[in-house]
Design a protein around this ligand. Structure first.
Ligand code: IPE
Ligand code: IPE
Ligand code: MG
Length: 246
């Protein structure tokens, strides 16, 4: 780990890493366990990663995809378990977040969540609002298409209220209506478990993100693997539509 951390240039850290935490179900199945055991192990992997990202690594922005607008299609018992797990996770981590300077925000439709988790989330957002070491953005009841439609609705309301001149709307001002207002676009999007798709995650913000796919199942994803990903990111040449650097 210490040799790995030396391979990462502190001055070239991604400003924002976003992760599609996938493969919990398969991790459990491979062990003959129920799917929910995979989610439990996945929560531990998330805990490890948050601690490392905000601590030793010194990352500023981390987004974790925890529950999508499409995940309601899962069996009710699994959805209930996930909601309970998320509630418990945030409740239990709150003290540590406050102590370690982690600011929690949520991307997603909070109104569509069970009232108990909604309250837990609101309270954690409020209590960590002044923290500035690591911004932890949990994508919860999140779908990128829903986010873009919501942004359009908010743009329309602002225009009707005379607070926005539509002629002046551009990419930057539009982005202020997304959940990620104020956060730099992700430099890296990681997806675990071997699937190579975005599954309705950060479609707007992903425009120039570097994509990383690993076969590792989410519960097995370690800080060391994050470091390897960042080291490999630092070797990539980003062009943003420009010419190749020779
Ligand atoms: C990711 O693991 C967790 C959530 C989507 C909530 P999955 O539950 O999707 O695991 P697989 O893809 O079935 O292995
Ligand atoms: C994406 O994983 C959502 C989260 C990680 C929360 P899924 O497992 O839901 O995605 P699909 O269905 O395989 O595309
Ligand atoms: Mg999955």
């Amino acid at each position: 780990m210490s040799t790995l951390i030396k391979q990462v240039r502190a001055d070239g850290l991604p400003r924002h890493v976003a992760v599609i935490m996938d493969g919990n179900g398969r991790w459990a199945k491979a062990r003959g366990l129920p799917r929910v055991a995979g989610h439990q192990a996945g929560a531990q992997a998330a805990e490890r990663l948050i601690r490392f990202a905000g601590g030793k690594l010194g990352l500023k922005n981390l987004t974790l995809f925890a529950f999508s607008t499409e995940n309601w299609n899962r069996p009710a018992e699994e959805v209930d378990f996930l909601m309970h797990l998320l509630d418990q996770f945030i409740t239990e981590k709150l003290k540590e977040f406050i102590r370690e300077g982690v600011r929690l925000i949520v991307s997603g439709d909070l109104g569509g969540l069970p009232s108990q988790i909604r309250e837990t989330v609101r309270n954690a957002i409020e209590q960590t609002a002044q923290n500035d070491r690591l911004l932890l953005n949990v994508a919860l009841n999140y779908g990128a298409r829903q986010e873009i439609v919501r942004a359009c609705q908010r743009v329309a309301s602002a225009a009707v209220a005379g607070k926005l001149n539509l002629v002046e709307l551009d990419e930057n001002s539009f982005a202020c209506f997304l959940y990620t207002d104020g956060i730099p676009d992700p430099d890296i999007i990681i997806r675990t478990s071997g699937e190579m798709r975005l599954s309705n995650f950060l479609l707007w913000q992903a425009a120039y993100a570097e994509l990383y796919f690993t076969g590792t199942l989410w519960p097995d994803f370690t800080p060391a693997e994050l470091l390897k990903t960042i080291a490999s990111y630092q070797k990539r040449e980003r062009r943003f539509g420009g010419v190749r650097n020779v």
